[in-house]
Design a protein around this ligand. Sequence first.
Ligand SMILES: *Cc1c(COP(=O)(O)O)cnc(C)c1O
Ligand code: SF4
Length: 359
Amino acid sequence: MSPSGSPIIGIRANSAQARTLRSPEELLGAGLVEREQLPAITHVAERYATAIPSAFMELIETPDDPIGLQVIPSPDELQTAPHELADPIGDDALSPVPGIVHRYADRALLKPLLICPLYCRFCFRREHVGPDGGLLDEEALTVAFRWLRENTAIREVILTGGDPLMLSPRRLEHIMRELASIPHVTTLRIHSRVPLAAPEKISDALLDAMDTDKAVWLVVHANHAREFSPAGREALKKIQRRGIPVLGQSVLLRGVNDSEDALEGLFRAMVESRMKPYYLHQLDPAPGTARFHVPIAEGRQLLAGLRGRVTGLAWPTYVLDIPGGYGKVPLGPDYLEPSLSAVSDPNGQKHTIRTPDSL
Ligand SMILES: *Cc1c(COP(=O)(O)O)cnc(C)c1O
Ligand code: SF4
Protein backbone atom coordinates (compact mmCIF):
# COMPACT_ATOMS: atom_id res chain seq x y z
CA MET A 1 0.00 0.00 0.00
CA SER A 2 1.18 3.54 -0.68
CA PRO A 3 1.32 6.10 2.16
CA SER A 4 -2.24 7.19 1.30
CA GLY A 5 -3.49 3.60 1.56
CA SER A 6 -4.00 2.89 -2.14
CA PRO A 7 -2.24 -0.08 -3.70
CA ILE A 8 0.90 0.70 -5.69
CA ILE A 9 0.14 -0.56 -9.14
CA GLY A 10 3.09 1.20 -10.72
CA ILE A 11 5.64 -0.96 -8.94
CA ARG A 12 4.82 -4.28 -10.55
CA ALA A 13 3.92 -2.66 -13.86
CA ASN A 14 7.38 -1.14 -14.17
CA SER A 15 9.35 -4.13 -12.98
CA ALA A 16 9.62 -5.81 -16.37
CA GLN A 17 11.87 -3.07 -17.69
CA ALA A 18 15.53 -3.35 -16.65
CA ARG A 19 15.94 0.32 -15.93
CA THR A 20 16.80 2.55 -13.03
CA LEU A 21 14.40 5.09 -11.54
CA ARG A 22 16.13 8.39 -10.88
CA SER A 23 13.92 11.48 -11.10
CA PRO A 24 11.20 12.53 -8.62
CA GLU A 25 8.68 12.24 -11.49
CA GLU A 26 9.71 8.64 -12.10
CA LEU A 27 9.33 7.89 -8.40
CA LEU A 28 5.87 9.44 -8.49
CA GLY A 29 4.97 7.45 -11.59
CA ALA A 30 6.01 4.25 -9.84
CA GLY A 31 3.86 5.05 -6.81
CA LEU A 32 6.84 5.43 -4.49
CA VAL A 33 6.17 9.04 -3.47
CA GLU A 34 2.99 11.08 -3.09
CA ARG A 35 2.24 14.03 -5.36
CA GLU A 36 2.15 16.42 -2.33
CA GLN A 37 5.70 15.33 -1.49
CA LEU A 38 7.04 16.18 -4.94
CA PRO A 39 8.42 19.69 -4.19
CA ALA A 40 10.28 18.46 -1.09
CA ILE A 41 11.53 15.33 -2.86
CA THR A 42 12.74 17.52 -5.73
CA HIS A 43 14.83 19.54 -3.23
CA VAL A 44 16.26 16.32 -1.80
CA ALA A 45 17.07 15.02 -5.29
CA GLU A 46 18.92 18.25 -6.12
CA ARG A 47 21.15 17.67 -3.10
CA TYR A 48 21.54 13.89 -2.94
CA ALA A 49 21.78 11.33 -5.71
CA THR A 50 18.83 8.99 -6.17
CA ALA A 51 18.70 5.69 -8.05
CA ILE A 52 16.54 2.60 -7.70
CA PRO A 53 17.63 -0.18 -10.09
CA SER A 54 14.94 -2.51 -11.40
CA ALA A 55 16.18 -5.52 -9.41
CA PHE A 56 15.68 -3.53 -6.19
CA MET A 57 12.44 -1.98 -7.41
CA GLU A 58 10.93 -5.44 -7.77
CA LEU A 59 11.63 -6.13 -4.10
CA ILE A 60 9.71 -3.07 -2.84
CA GLU A 61 6.23 -3.99 -1.66
CA THR A 62 5.41 -0.70 0.06
CA PRO A 63 7.48 2.53 0.13
CA ASP A 64 8.01 2.23 3.89
CA ASP A 65 9.11 -1.41 3.87
CA PRO A 66 12.74 -2.42 4.64
CA ILE A 67 13.70 -2.21 0.96
CA GLY A 68 11.85 1.00 0.09
CA LEU A 69 13.15 2.89 3.14
CA GLN A 70 16.74 2.28 2.04
CA VAL A 71 16.37 3.91 -1.38
CA ILE A 72 13.32 6.20 -1.58
CA PRO A 73 14.19 9.83 -0.77
CA SER A 74 12.33 11.45 2.11
CA PRO A 75 11.69 15.13 2.90
CA ASP A 76 13.37 14.40 6.29
CA GLU A 77 16.73 14.41 4.47
CA LEU A 78 16.61 18.20 4.34
CA GLN A 79 16.88 18.35 8.16
CA THR A 80 20.45 18.21 9.42
CA ALA A 81 20.64 17.27 13.11
CA PRO A 82 23.19 19.10 15.32
CA HIS A 83 25.45 16.04 15.66
CA GLU A 84 25.56 15.27 11.92
CA LEU A 85 28.73 15.85 9.86
CA ALA A 86 29.31 16.23 6.11
CA ASP A 87 32.37 13.94 6.36
CA PRO A 88 31.38 11.78 9.35
CA ILE A 89 34.39 9.47 9.40
CA GLY A 90 37.00 12.04 8.45
CA ASP A 91 37.99 10.57 5.07
CA ASP A 92 38.91 13.95 3.58
CA ALA A 93 41.70 14.67 6.07
CA LEU A 94 43.23 11.22 5.51
CA SER A 95 43.57 11.47 1.73
CA PRO A 96 47.24 11.82 0.68
CA VAL A 97 46.36 11.86 -3.05
CA PRO A 98 42.95 11.94 -4.82
CA GLY A 99 41.09 8.62 -4.52
CA ILE A 100 43.24 7.23 -1.66
CA VAL A 101 42.21 7.20 2.02
CA HIS A 102 44.89 6.02 4.45
CA ARG A 103 44.02 5.56 8.12
CA TYR A 104 45.63 2.23 9.06
CA ALA A 105 49.25 1.28 8.42
CA ASP A 106 48.64 -1.99 6.57
CA ARG A 107 45.74 -1.03 4.32
CA ALA A 108 44.36 1.83 2.25
CA LEU A 109 41.14 2.62 0.43
CA LEU A 110 41.12 3.30 -3.31
CA LYS A 111 37.97 5.03 -4.57
CA PRO A 112 38.11 4.79 -8.38
CA LEU A 113 34.59 6.26 -8.82
CA LEU A 114 31.70 7.65 -6.84
CA ILE A 115 28.86 5.98 -8.77
CA CYS A 116 26.64 3.37 -7.06
CA PRO A 117 23.93 1.03 -8.42
CA LEU A 118 21.54 2.68 -5.95
CA TYR A 119 21.94 5.51 -3.49
CA CYS A 120 21.34 4.56 0.13
CA ARG A 121 19.43 7.29 1.94
CA PHE A 122 21.69 6.73 4.99
CA CYS A 123 25.00 6.74 3.03
CA PHE A 124 28.00 7.98 5.05
CA ARG A 125 29.50 9.46 1.87
CA ARG A 126 26.24 10.99 0.63
CA GLU A 127 27.81 14.44 0.21
CA HIS A 128 30.19 12.92 -2.37
CA VAL A 129 28.60 9.95 -4.17
CA GLY A 130 26.55 10.42 -7.33
CA PRO A 131 26.17 9.49 -10.98
CA ASP A 132 28.25 12.33 -12.40
CA GLY A 133 31.32 12.65 -10.31
CA GLY A 134 34.48 11.21 -9.00
CA LEU A 135 35.69 8.91 -11.77
CA LEU A 136 39.48 8.93 -11.39
CA ASP A 137 40.98 9.62 -14.80
CA GLU A 138 44.09 7.88 -16.07
CA GLU A 139 46.38 10.53 -14.64
CA ALA A 140 44.81 10.44 -11.16
CA LEU A 141 44.90 6.63 -11.21
CA THR A 142 48.60 6.73 -12.09
CA VAL A 143 49.26 9.01 -9.10
CA ALA A 144 47.24 6.71 -6.80
CA PHE A 145 49.09 3.59 -8.06
CA ARG A 146 52.42 5.36 -7.54
CA TRP A 147 51.45 6.26 -3.95
CA LEU A 148 50.54 2.61 -3.28
CA ARG A 149 53.83 1.39 -4.79
CA GLU A 150 55.85 3.82 -2.69
CA ASN A 151 54.08 2.94 0.57
CA THR A 152 55.51 -0.50 1.13
CA ALA A 153 53.66 -1.07 4.43
CA ILE A 154 50.37 -1.39 2.50
CA ARG A 155 49.39 -5.07 2.33
CA GLU A 156 45.76 -4.63 1.38
CA VAL A 157 44.00 -2.28 -1.04
CA ILE A 158 40.28 -1.84 -0.44
CA LEU A 159 38.37 -0.78 -3.54
CA THR A 160 35.35 1.24 -2.56
CA GLY A 161 33.72 4.44 -3.71
CA GLY A 162 31.09 4.60 -4.96
CA ASP A 163 30.84 1.02 -6.04
CA PRO A 164 33.84 -0.50 -7.88
CA LEU A 165 31.65 -3.10 -9.63
CA MET A 166 29.95 -0.23 -11.48
CA LEU A 167 33.19 0.20 -13.45
CA SER A 168 33.33 -1.23 -16.94
CA PRO A 169 35.00 -4.65 -16.95
CA ARG A 170 37.88 -3.17 -18.97
CA ARG A 171 38.52 -0.42 -16.44
CA LEU A 172 38.16 -2.70 -13.44
CA GLU A 173 40.53 -5.21 -15.01
CA HIS A 174 43.13 -2.50 -15.58
CA ILE A 175 42.90 -1.44 -11.91
CA MET A 176 42.96 -4.99 -10.53
CA ARG A 177 45.96 -5.98 -12.69
CA GLU A 178 47.87 -2.87 -11.69
CA LEU A 179 47.20 -3.41 -7.96
CA ALA A 180 48.01 -7.12 -8.15
CA SER A 181 51.38 -6.28 -9.71
CA ILE A 182 52.50 -4.29 -6.63
CA PRO A 183 54.84 -6.69 -4.80
CA HIS A 184 53.93 -5.72 -1.21
CA VAL A 185 50.16 -5.82 -1.88
CA THR A 186 48.95 -9.31 -1.02
CA THR A 187 45.22 -8.73 -0.77
CA LEU A 188 42.61 -6.86 -2.78
CA ARG A 189 39.23 -6.22 -1.24
CA ILE A 190 36.17 -4.96 -3.11
CA HIS A 191 33.18 -3.41 -1.31
CA SER A 192 29.99 -3.52 -3.40
CA ARG A 193 26.21 -3.61 -3.44
CA VAL A 194 26.07 -4.67 -7.10
CA PRO A 195 25.67 -8.49 -6.69
CA LEU A 196 22.33 -8.09 -4.91
CA ALA A 197 21.22 -4.63 -6.12
CA ALA A 198 22.03 -5.07 -9.82
CA PRO A 199 22.91 -8.77 -10.30
CA GLU A 200 22.64 -8.53 -14.09
CA LYS A 201 25.94 -6.62 -14.04
CA ILE A 202 27.88 -9.69 -12.82
CA SER A 203 28.90 -10.70 -16.35
CA ASP A 204 31.66 -13.11 -17.35
CA ALA A 205 33.79 -10.12 -18.36
CA LEU A 206 33.36 -8.54 -14.91
CA LEU A 207 34.18 -11.87 -13.23
CA ASP A 208 37.32 -12.14 -15.36
CA ALA A 209 38.27 -8.62 -14.26
CA MET A 210 37.86 -9.50 -10.56
CA ASP A 211 39.94 -12.64 -10.83
CA THR A 212 43.64 -12.00 -10.06
CA ASP A 213 46.56 -14.05 -8.73
CA LYS A 214 46.53 -12.10 -5.48
CA ALA A 215 43.87 -12.87 -2.86
CA VAL A 216 40.62 -11.10 -3.75
CA TRP A 217 37.90 -10.72 -1.13
CA LEU A 218 34.44 -9.31 -1.78
CA VAL A 219 32.39 -7.57 0.90
CA VAL A 220 28.74 -7.21 -0.11
CA HIS A 221 26.56 -4.58 1.55
CA ALA A 222 23.06 -5.87 2.39
CA ASN A 223 20.65 -4.84 5.12
CA HIS A 224 17.65 -7.12 4.83
CA ALA A 225 16.99 -10.79 3.99
CA ARG A 226 14.62 -9.77 1.20
CA GLU A 227 17.57 -8.39 -0.79
CA PHE A 228 18.62 -12.00 -1.44
CA SER A 229 16.60 -12.51 -4.63
CA PRO A 230 17.15 -15.62 -6.77
CA ALA A 231 19.12 -13.54 -9.30
CA GLY A 232 21.22 -12.00 -6.53
CA ARG A 233 22.04 -15.38 -5.01
CA GLU A 234 23.00 -16.67 -8.44
CA ALA A 235 25.35 -13.71 -8.93
CA LEU A 236 27.01 -14.45 -5.57
CA LYS A 237 27.49 -18.07 -6.56
CA LYS A 238 29.21 -17.07 -9.80
CA ILE A 239 31.62 -14.90 -7.83
CA GLN A 240 32.33 -17.65 -5.30
CA ARG A 241 33.02 -20.14 -8.12
CA ARG A 242 35.97 -17.90 -9.01
CA GLY A 243 37.44 -18.66 -5.58
CA ILE A 244 36.54 -15.23 -4.19
CA PRO A 245 35.43 -15.38 -0.54
CA VAL A 246 32.37 -13.24 0.14
CA LEU A 247 31.67 -11.37 3.38
CA GLY A 248 28.60 -9.36 4.31
CA GLN A 249 28.43 -5.88 5.79
CA SER A 250 25.29 -4.18 7.04
CA VAL A 251 24.20 -0.98 8.74
CA LEU A 252 21.87 -1.13 11.73
CA LEU A 253 18.87 0.88 10.50
CA ARG A 254 15.60 1.94 12.14
CA GLY A 255 12.68 0.45 10.23
CA VAL A 256 14.91 -1.81 8.12
CA ASN A 257 16.60 -4.31 10.43
CA ASP A 258 16.10 -3.02 14.00
CA SER A 259 14.66 -6.24 15.43
CA GLU A 260 16.14 -9.58 16.43
CA ASP A 261 14.00 -11.30 13.82
CA ALA A 262 15.13 -9.00 11.01
CA LEU A 263 18.80 -9.35 11.95
CA GLU A 264 18.49 -13.10 12.32
CA GLY A 265 16.84 -13.30 8.89
CA LEU A 266 19.53 -11.13 7.33
CA PHE A 267 22.51 -13.00 8.79
CA ARG A 268 20.95 -16.39 8.07
CA ALA A 269 20.35 -15.32 4.46
CA MET A 270 24.03 -14.39 4.25
CA VAL A 271 25.21 -17.71 5.69
CA GLU A 272 22.90 -19.59 3.31
CA SER A 273 24.60 -17.70 0.47
CA ARG A 274 28.03 -18.76 1.82
CA MET A 275 28.62 -15.21 2.98
CA LYS A 276 30.13 -14.53 6.41
CA PRO A 277 28.55 -11.52 8.18
CA TYR A 278 31.61 -9.34 8.80
CA TYR A 279 30.50 -5.98 10.23
CA LEU A 280 27.21 -4.61 11.48
CA HIS A 281 27.87 -0.86 11.37
CA GLN A 282 26.47 1.66 13.76
CA LEU A 283 24.95 4.39 11.53
CA ASP A 284 27.47 7.12 10.68
CA PRO A 285 26.07 10.60 11.41
CA ALA A 286 25.81 11.83 7.80
CA PRO A 287 23.50 14.81 7.17
CA GLY A 288 19.76 14.12 7.06
CA THR A 289 19.96 10.49 8.21
CA ALA A 290 18.61 10.78 11.78
CA ARG A 291 15.45 8.83 10.95
CA PHE A 292 17.58 5.68 10.63
CA HIS A 293 19.37 6.06 13.97
CA VAL A 294 19.25 3.16 16.42
CA PRO A 295 20.94 3.89 19.79
CA ILE A 296 24.06 1.86 20.59
CA ALA A 297 22.47 0.44 23.76
CA GLU A 298 19.66 -0.97 21.64
CA GLY A 299 22.09 -2.37 19.07
CA ARG A 300 24.02 -4.19 21.77
CA GLN A 301 20.80 -5.61 23.16
CA LEU A 302 19.72 -6.86 19.72
CA LEU A 303 23.02 -8.66 19.23
CA ALA A 304 22.91 -10.08 22.75
CA GLY A 305 19.48 -11.46 21.90
CA LEU A 306 20.93 -13.27 18.88
CA ARG A 307 23.82 -14.82 20.83
CA GLY A 308 23.02 -18.44 21.50
CA ARG A 309 20.05 -18.24 19.15
CA VAL A 310 21.92 -18.26 15.84
CA THR A 311 24.99 -20.12 14.61
CA GLY A 312 28.28 -18.38 15.30
CA LEU A 313 28.67 -18.09 11.51
CA ALA A 314 25.76 -15.63 11.57
CA TRP A 315 27.37 -13.33 14.17
CA PRO A 316 28.98 -10.10 12.86
CA THR A 317 31.14 -7.67 14.80
CA TYR A 318 29.08 -4.62 15.74
CA VAL A 319 31.31 -1.61 14.97
CA LEU A 320 31.40 2.14 15.29
CA ASP A 321 33.53 4.22 12.96
CA ILE A 322 34.42 6.89 15.51
CA PRO A 323 33.15 10.23 14.12
CA GLY A 324 36.05 12.49 13.19
CA GLY A 325 38.24 9.76 11.67
CA TYR A 326 39.66 7.84 14.63
CA GLY A 327 38.98 4.36 13.27
CA LYS A 328 36.52 1.49 13.69
CA VAL A 329 36.04 -0.19 17.05
CA PRO A 330 33.81 -3.06 18.24
CA LEU A 331 30.84 -1.98 20.37
CA GLY A 332 30.13 -5.27 22.07
CA PRO A 333 27.98 -6.61 23.59
CA ASP A 334 30.54 -7.51 26.26
CA TYR A 335 30.43 -10.72 28.23
CA LEU A 336 33.54 -10.26 30.34
CA GLU A 337 33.23 -8.26 33.56
CA PRO A 338 35.70 -5.33 33.91
CA SER A 339 37.39 -7.33 36.71
CA LEU A 340 38.23 -10.02 34.09
CA SER A 341 37.20 -12.65 36.64
CA ALA A 342 33.58 -13.26 35.64
CA VAL A 343 31.64 -13.67 32.39
CA SER A 344 27.97 -13.68 31.48
CA ASP A 345 26.58 -16.58 29.49
CA PRO A 346 24.19 -16.02 26.57
CA ASN A 347 21.27 -16.12 29.03
CA GLY A 348 22.74 -13.33 31.14
CA GLN A 349 23.81 -15.52 34.05
CA LYS A 350 27.23 -14.66 35.54
CA HIS A 351 30.00 -17.21 36.10
CA THR A 352 33.33 -16.80 37.86
CA ILE A 353 36.29 -17.80 35.74
CA ARG A 354 39.73 -18.82 36.91
CA THR A 355 42.33 -17.98 34.30
CA PRO A 356 45.91 -16.75 34.59
CA ASP A 357 44.41 -13.24 34.09
CA SER A 358 42.26 -13.51 37.21
CA LEU A 359 44.92 -14.93 39.57
C1 LIG B 1 36.80 0.95 7.18
C2 LIG B 1 38.10 1.34 6.69
C3 LIG B 1 39.08 0.38 6.41
C4 LIG B 1 38.83 -1.10 6.57
O1 LIG B 1 38.76 -1.45 7.90
P1 LIG B 1 38.64 -3.00 8.29
O2 LIG B 1 38.43 -2.94 9.78
O3 LIG B 1 39.91 -3.66 7.89
O4 LIG B 1 37.48 -3.56 7.55
C5 LIG B 1 40.30 0.80 5.97
N1 LIG B 1 40.58 2.11 5.81
C6 LIG B 1 39.67 3.07 6.08
C7 LIG B 1 40.05 4.48 5.88
C8 LIG B 1 38.39 2.71 6.52
O5 LIG B 1 37.49 3.66 6.77
S1 SF4 C 1 26.37 1.67 -1.80
FE1 SF4 C 1 27.74 2.50 -0.21
S2 SF4 C 1 28.69 4.30 -1.10
FE2 SF4 C 1 26.91 3.79 -2.37
S3 SF4 C 1 25.20 4.96 -1.58
FE3 SF4 C 1 25.14 3.01 -0.50
S4 SF4 C 1 26.35 3.31 1.38
FE4 SF4 C 1 26.85 5.00 -0.04
